[in-house]
Design a protein around this ligand. Structure first.
Ligand SMILES: Cc1cc2nc3c(=O)[nH]c(=O)nc-3n(C[C@H](O)[C@H](O)[C@H](O)COP(=O)(O)OP(=O)(O)OC[C@H]3O[C@@H](n4cnc5c(N)ncnc54)[C@H](O)[C@@H]3O)c2cc1C
Length: 419
């Protein structure tokens, strides 16, 4: 290709958007460096459960697994896990990007994923050892210096001592390195909205109130839907939509919560047919092309209550009482549930302000990185720097894939014009 350049296009962020961009760039024959802050690729969606019942609910979770497998086999993409951007300059048109990289302290050739390091770690509650969720990635474990006692004060080496295949070496040093890139794709994603922004729902102090994010991970890990602190399977579950979306602090729709909340509810109905399910909502948004059919099917399995509860309280038997106004009669009602799931939305990535400053980008009033084209929403104010995925705003897995593909076309056009 005329614009082929030995220097790699850098993709920052290894979630579904970044992985898609990296694979598509490699398919164009361009060298690519995919840089991921965490030890594992796949981003948030790699932690989601497949929500298939008798039929596929098209949640998109399997797309991430598939692309992870493709990524590991793609020789055109150089992977930089556990690597952070610390400096960015552009003296001559090229991006000069300096990174700090954590070494692989668990040797993939020796590790047998026995999990002793994880089980015996005294600082596991501080996330001293992180676990990946995809079987496509090996090893499944990674040392996290931010939580590990060895890196705090040298007081612990238990994992290294107990590892019988001798896979762990805590003394491997971190490194810094620089890449010169003709173009950069920013795909650093989002964070789930903090449910504490709605304190009246009791998250954080009522153990039976959990988030959709936590439920996704429980279902992914195959955990039973037990009532926290009780051990009994939940016999009634309520979903509350729009937590961290369409409120004063987050005046936008997160675009994914209605669909994932209803899919999760239907998955539970499939697994626990006796379970009583209710979804409290404002209105149903973005539930797919076949919205009418999806809504009818959901209605047959889940009670949809068009109001958000005013508050929650614990009843004497430990259940959670939701109080709300009946839409038709205007009467105050209260219903008890074993478990309450808050459908948390998409909040801007915590690093957006730092990245915006480093790369001279603008933020939207909500805190996402601002795009400068209304059509694809991939261009930025910086030539050669493009956006992909939820770093720019809320979108689903399928929408991230589409936008990342559009971003790659923009990279291609840019490099062709520049060569
Ligand atoms: C509870 C919940 C359930 C959902 N369920 C569904 C569903 O069923 N179906 C669906 O389609 N969508 C769902 N979504 C939305 C879905 O999670 C997103 O569409 C998708 O994960 C976004 O992918 P991304 O690549 O943009 O971001 P992310 O998944 O956030 O990936 C970004 C990656 O960038 C990395 N990163 C961050 N900062 C840096 C940095 N400075 N340097 C390098 N790397 C960095 C992160 O570690 C991460 O790996 C759900 C969202 C929530 C909150």
């Amino acid at each position: 290709m005329a614009f082929f350049n030995e220097k790699p296009v850098v993709v920052l962020g290894g979630g579904i958007a970044g992985i898609t961009a990296a694979l598509e760039l490699a398919h164009l024959g361009l060298p690519v460096a995919l840089v991921e802050k965490s030890p594992f690729f796949g981003g948030r969606a790699a932690h989601f459960a497949c929500k298939a019942t008798d039929t596929c609910q098209k949640c998109g979770a399997c797309l991430v697994e598939q692309r992870l497998r493709d990524l590991i086999q793609e020789s055109g993409v150089t992977l930089y896990p556990h690597t952070e951007l610390i400096q960015a300059q552009r003296p001559d048109g090229l991006f000069h990007l300096t990174f700090r990289r954590q070494p692989q302290r668990i040797d993939p050739h020796r590790c047998i994923n026995c999990g002793i390091c994880y089980d015996e770690c005294p600082a596991i509650s501080q996330q001293a050892i992180l676990t990946g969720s995809s079987p496509a990635q090996h090893p499944r474990y990674a040392i996290n210096p931010a939580g590990c006692l060895y890196f705090r004060d040298g007081s612990c080496r238990i994992c290294q001592e107990l590892c019988f295949p001798k896979a762990i070496d805590l003394d491997r040093p971190e490194t810094t390195f620089t890449l010169e890139a003709p173009a950069l794709v920013l795909a650093t994603g989002y964070q789930p909205a903090d449910p504490r922004s709605r304190p009246h729902y009791g998250y954080g102090f009522l153990p039976r109130v959990i988030t959709g994010w936590e439920l996704e991970q429980r279902l992914r890990d195959g955990a039973a839907l037990e009532i926290p602190g009780n051990g009994r399977p939940a016999r009634s579950i309520a979903f509350i939509q729009c937590v961290g979306s369409r409120d004063q602090d987050h005046p936008y729709c997160s675009r994914v919560c209605c669909a994932y909340g209803l899919r999760l509810a239907r998955l539970i109905r499939h697994r626990l047919p006796e379970c009583r399910l209710a979804t409290f909502y404002m209105d149903l948004q973005n539930i797919g092309l076949d919205a009418q059919r999806f809504q009818e099917e959901a209605l047959a399995e889940v009670k949809l209550i068009r109001v958000l509860p005013g508050d929650v309280a614990t009843a004497a038997d430990g259940t959670i009482k939701l109080r709300y106004l009946d839409e038709v009669s205007g009467q105050a009602l209260s219903t008890a549930f074993d478990l309450v799931v808050l459908a948390v939305g998409i909040a801007p990535g915590p690093e957006n302000p730092r990245l915006a400053e480093l790369l001279h980008l603008d933020l939207t009033p909500e805190g996402f990185i601002r795009s400068h084209d209304d059509l694809h929403r991939t261009a930025t104010g910086q030539p050669g720097l493009f956006l992909a995925g939820t770093v720019e705003g809320p979108r689903s897995i399928a929408e991230c894939i589409a936008q990342a593909t559009a971003a790659v076309q923009q990279v291609r056009n840019y490099l062709e014009a520049a060569s």
